[in-house]
Write a protein that binds this ligand. Structure first.
Ligand SMILES: Nc1nc2c(ncn2[C@@H]2O[C@H](COP(=O)(O)OP(=O)(O)OP(=O)(O)O)[C@@H](O)[C@H]2O)c(=O)[nH]1
Ligand SMILES: [Mg+2]
Length: 393
């Protein structure tokens, strides 16, 4: 699972990325601070089934606090995007290639309206414009990729009699786009099988494909300094566009996670409270900062964990499945509920076996639903929170 962090320069992408991963990246109040993409591990969170089974889990990857299970996901923070990047403006759109493997994108918007589309200081900027132009740029990037090889693809379809779906799937295989997604996009765009298509038809197809294969969720950032008007405006605009939006502050989440990392507070990412461990260890500045943060949290959570969760579970509809080796819910080393795996919407018991180890899939006999003891076939479609034991030959 790879989550791409996109947006214009200075919107707070690296702040968001650092808050989610605690990776050491550069953050600064000017445009194009990030030039080379950063990748690190963040976490998606879910209610752990340990509470239901009345056990204490011991995760092999990620962690669990107060029955909230944090499952690792990869995040990538890319350079800022400006209008007409696909024509080479700003840093161009070559760096968009960094997003090829992304499953979902979080679009960071500076809701304060104090930076223009190039990330320079301004006032009263129309915050909806960021969503508009970034989506246009992403679509233009994909269209460019398609147009570059369109003549060659047409020839393949005509001479080698390759189907349109196969030809497009081959073209977009480097963008982690599946046959199924191409088929859906062709149907949604009403693209015909005839090889001659207008530019408009291709544009429409790419637009559909992008929304299916690289879905977007908006994060309205910097609400600590944003006006209510801007928040409402962006919320209504996203609603009109059929986009999910979460509001918050990456900077406040970063402060909380760093304070927790340094042992000053106990903070479970995503919660709207924190606990100060050692008040005497805090200096006056830290005390003031934490009391400001407390006031912010009374009004609003920081939104960082929420938007990651919504991207994975809401947009992508992934499920969490716990594979175990026996009815005691452990692996062979005695770790309780050792793994929580993120599985795609339609994944089956056999897909789960494959995700654990290809040998398990090869020797698959059945899966057992540990809750009920029921035997499940390889085609069983996994449900969220399933606890499964795989039986092999
Ligand atoms: N007030 C406020 N400022 C924020 C917030 N998030 C980020 N910032 C500030 O916004 C500025 C830009 O942050 P970055 O994270 O470097 O932005 P970026 O989008 O990565 O910028 P580029 O790498 O240049 O594209 C910095 O001064 C941050 O401190 C927030 O939630 N609230
Ligand atoms: Mg940056």
């Amino acid at each position: 699972m790879l989550i791409g962090i996109v947006g214009k320069p200075n919107a707070g992408k690296s702040t968001f990325f650092k808050a989610a991963t605690l990776a050491d990246v550069e953050i600064a109040n000017y445009a194009f601070t990030t030039i080379k993409a950063n990748q690190a591990i963040g976490y998606v969170s879910t209610d752990c089934v340990e509470a239901e089974f009345n056990v204490r889990c011991r995760p092999r990857h990620g962690f669990c606090i107060n029955a909230k299970r944090f499952i690792p996901v990869k995040l990538i923070d890319v350079a800022g995007l400006v209008p007409k990047a696909h024509e080479g403006r700003g840093l161009g759109n070559k760096f968009l290639d960094d997003l090829r493997q992304a499953d979902v994108l979080i679009l960071i918007v500076d809701t304060s309206g104090t930076t223009d589309e190039e990330g320079k200081p301004t006032t009263n900027y129309d915050v909806c414009n960021d969503v508009r132009f970034i989506i246009d740029e992403l679509n233009a990037w994909m269209l460019q990729l398609l147009k570059k090889d369109w003549l060659m693809l047409k020839r393949k379809i005509k001479i080698e009699h390759i189907s349109l779906v196969d030809a497009l799937a081959e073209k977009f295989s480097g963008l982690k786009i599946t046959h199924e997604q191409i088929k859906k996009a062709i149907a949604k765009a009403g693209l015909s099988e005839t090889p001659d298509r207008s530019d408009e038809q291709l544009e429409n197809f790419v637009c559909c494909l992008r929304s299916i294969a690289k879905p977007i969720i908006v994060f309205g950032n910097k609400i600590d300094i944003a006006s209510k008007q801007n928040i409402t405006k962006l919320e209504q605009f996203c609603q009109q566009q059929g986009l999910s939006v979460v509001f918050g502050s990456a900077e406040i989440e970063l402060a909380l996670r760093e304070a927790a990392h340094h042992g000053l507070i106990k903070y479970v990412p995503g919660s709207s409270t924190f606990e100060i461990f050692a008040r005497e260890k805090l200096n006056e500045k830290q005390r003031q900062a934490l009391s400001k943060i407390k006031m912010f949290l009374q009004e609003h959570p920081t939104g960082v964990q929420e938007v990651i969760n919504k991207a994975v579970f809401g947009l992508l509809k992934y499920k969490v499945v716990y594979p175990v080796e026996n009815e005691k819910l452990t692996d062979k080393d005695g770790n309780v509920l050792p793994d929580a795996l993120l599985m795609p919407e339609h994944a089956t018991a056999l897909d789960l076996a494959e995700a654990i180890h290809s040998d398990l899939a090869k020797n698959f006999v059945a899966a057992i639903d540990v809750r009920t003891g029921k035997r499940l076939s390889k085609d069983y479609v996994l449900k969220h929170n399933d606890v499964i034991r795989i039986v092999t030959s």
